[in-house]
Design a protein around this ligand. Sequence first.
Ligand code: FAD
Ligand code: SF4
Length: 457
Amino acid sequence: MSGRTKATKLSREERVSNFDEIQKTFTPIQATIEASRCLMCEDPPCNKGCPAGIDIRSFVRKIRFNNLWGGVRVLREANAFSGACARVCPTDALCEELCRSTVLTEPINIGALQRFLTDFDRDQGGRARSQVPACDRKVAVVGGGPAGLAAAKELATSGYSATVFEALPQLGGAMTSAIPSFKLPQDVVETEIDLIRETGVQFKLDSPLSDGRTLDDLFDQGYEAVFVAVGLQRPFCLGLEGEDLEGVYSAVDLLAQVNGLQPSKEVKVGRNVVVIGGGSVAMTVACSALRVGSERTTVVCLEAPDEMPAFAEDVELAWEEGVEFLTRARPLRFLNDGKSNVAGVEGVRIKWKEPGKFVPENALNVEGSGFTLPCDTVIVAIGQGPDDNAIKQFEGLETNVRGYLLVDEQTLMTSRPGVFAGGDILHNPISRTVVQAVAYGKQAARSIHEYLNQTDE
Ligand SMILES: Cc1cc2nc3c(=O)[nH]c(=O)nc-3n(C[C@H](O)[C@H](O)[C@H](O)COP(=O)(O)OP(=O)(O)OC[C@H]3O[C@@H](n4cnc5c(N)ncnc54)[C@H](O)[C@@H]3O)c2cc1C
Ligand code: SF4
């Protein structure tokens, strides 16, 4: 069996001076060769690894037999963001992980084949999709990220009049505001949003659900059901001494700025950057810092390399680009330069009290292992939580103590009948990824359809 075909990547030197996409799309020959490796399993395991329910065997087969439009149709019907997912899905933990369990030595490069088809569609200008005439039953979607947009598309193609209320002036959620273009170019997201627009979905931008527009208002305006998909907008802080110094920023602000959006605080990246965190966001931030002028970027995180929560591919990219790592370490305070600017990170190495439990509460400082890392910029990338304002807006909906929404796992209905929720804002999502958000959007649309039909009876 021949080996896996890999997409060409830009070299380190080509990458770190700009935000150009790192991976190139397959050529038609590469795509055909890779599709021809597929064993066309009777009960394809890869399909079970795709949260969005893409029939992978079917689109790979269509590439093999040069039915590219047929393949595009399979993808677009199952996943409104199949071009974005082709680039950002942690495939080695999803579809390709299950493909690995077959007799193939290496799994089929599903992400790259999916990208080949969606790029083909985009480059051909997309084909007009059939529109379903909207009925007069109105459904509101709050939040225009992948969960909200995927739900709106499903609802519109099932004949509902779906309106998305988005707080910001642009759609796309974290795909637009946080994932930089070296991973996900904006035109890919824009093309997919345009396809959703073609289905008849209405968009209301700069329209937050807020004190001025409540869930009650939406029902009063004739919306019969609401899907809440507001994501996580509040960056977590460490709560350490010196965190308010000049030069200490949140990941969200740096990423908004590199994506051309307005950060809450203007970020000035210096030459010597420390990134705190071991997740994929921290890796993305570290690679972004290199692209905006940092000469040395060091990731400081609690976990050892094989314990980090980041997707393996993101760690590899950061490593390849020259990011340095100080692992099993935690910051204790940020030092100043005698004025109000950050000048260093003081920290300590850690070990785990209980093996295999990689959470801050389980970390034990190792005596005598203190260190000081001089730096001029610190970026805190330790995750996000629900926006305090959002919690007030959803007054009446049941949340956990930290403000994440609680839903029925089967229906995604919240504690209020007719109000559904999905995506990152859930208390216990299966995972916080774009493809999982799409899956929640599809699940919510199905439940809303059933709910509205039940309420008719
Ligand atoms: C830096 C970064 C890198 C990531 N990298 C990857 C990756 O490589 N692969 C991957 O699969 N996933 C990645 N993710 C995770 C992924 O982007 C999220 O899991 C996904 O976007 C969640 O979708 P969502 O629709 O639930 O929320 P979001 O994408 O956050 O969208 C929520 C939307 O709701 C809007 N909103 C908020 N409050 C209101 C309100 N009151 N009224 C109206 N609108 C409101 C927001 O403005 C936003 O547009 C990354 C995330 C980040 C932050
Ligand atoms: S959407 Fe993601 S998980 Fe699903 S088949 Fe495509 S790359 Fe795999």
